[in-house]
Design a protein around this ligand. Structure first.
Ligand code: MN
Length: 252
């Protein structure tokens, strides 16, 4: 009675105001490619939908993928906006935070990348550094731009007893780095499981056995260079398939 269908992986989109001042919703193709290669069926989720509609989408998903992007409004973690905080997409904040809180409560698998680790942490009650350069001391460059998305910027040391270390099969990897914000206060239900040599949090995951993983680096840009990065998407899709099977069998 195996479910042969690929699990749906929902990915909230971002706001794009085009040249005609029309609002579009979009996503970098690297995310949908990574999910497809890992055996999942990626679905873009529009912004500005009602909570009822978001709920109806979530109840059909196997997992929620939180992509990279612009900064989260600091009011979402109770701080005033600092001058060094970047562009904000409040429609995206609203959609992603609502969906993430629902998925956390329902134990639905969540995988957060870059902005996504930050969204996950804020949704669960944590906080962020709004700008590494002005708020932290570091000799490392974390804020490479998209043309340098494959540059291995720094090492990451991973806790040996973490899900992340099990999936990657490693406790030390070299990663890319395209962020100027970082996790500050860790949410109560999450634990920091990887750090850069300067102490910046590079991964979090659920303290229990849910597949809830956030990484500050961008595995989707490194699939062709480092086969371990594909395992992250495969483990996520595998958890989404299991979650869906439990739900479809009516025991969840
Ligand atoms: Mn980094």
């Amino acid at each position: 009675m195996a479910n042969e269908l690929k699990p749906l992986i929902g990915i909230p989109s971002r706001s794009i105001w085009d040249g005609d001042r029309n609002l579009r919703f979009g996503l970098l193709a690297t995310y949908t490619r990574a999910v497809d290669l890992a055996g999942g069926a990626p679905i873009l989720i529009p912004l500005q939908l009602s909570e009822e509609t978001l709920h109806d989408i979530l109840t059909r998903l196997g997992g929620l993928l939180l992509a990279g992007g612009v900064d989260i409004d600091p009011k979402e973690f109770g701080e005033e906006l600092l001058p060094a905080c970047g562009e904000i997409d409040t429609a995206r904040d609203a959609t992603e935070l609502w969906m993430t809180r629902w998925a956390l409560a329902e134990r639905q698998p969540i995988f957060g990348i870059c902005r996504g680790i930050q969204t996950l942490n804020v949704a669960a009650g944590g906080s962020l550094y709004q700008d590494i350069a002005s708020q932290l001391e570091t000799d490392l460059k974390h804020d490479y731009r998209v043309p340098e998305a494959k540059v291995l910027a720094h090492a990451v040391n991973i806790e040996p007893d973490s899900r992340l270390a099990r999936v990657l099969g490693a406790t030390h990897v070299e990663v890319n780095s395209l962020h100027h914000q970082a996790v500050k206060g860790i949410a109560p239900e999450l634990r920091a499981v990887a750090h850069a040599p300067d102490g910046i949090v590079e991964a979090v995951e659920a303290a229990d056995d849910r597949f809830v993983v956030g990484v500050q680096f961008h595995p989707e840009w490194l699939l062709d260079e480092d086969g371990r990065m594909a395992r992250l998407f495969e483990a996520f899709v595998s958890s989404a398939r299991e979650y869906r099977e439990i739900k479809n069998n009516g025991t969840g």
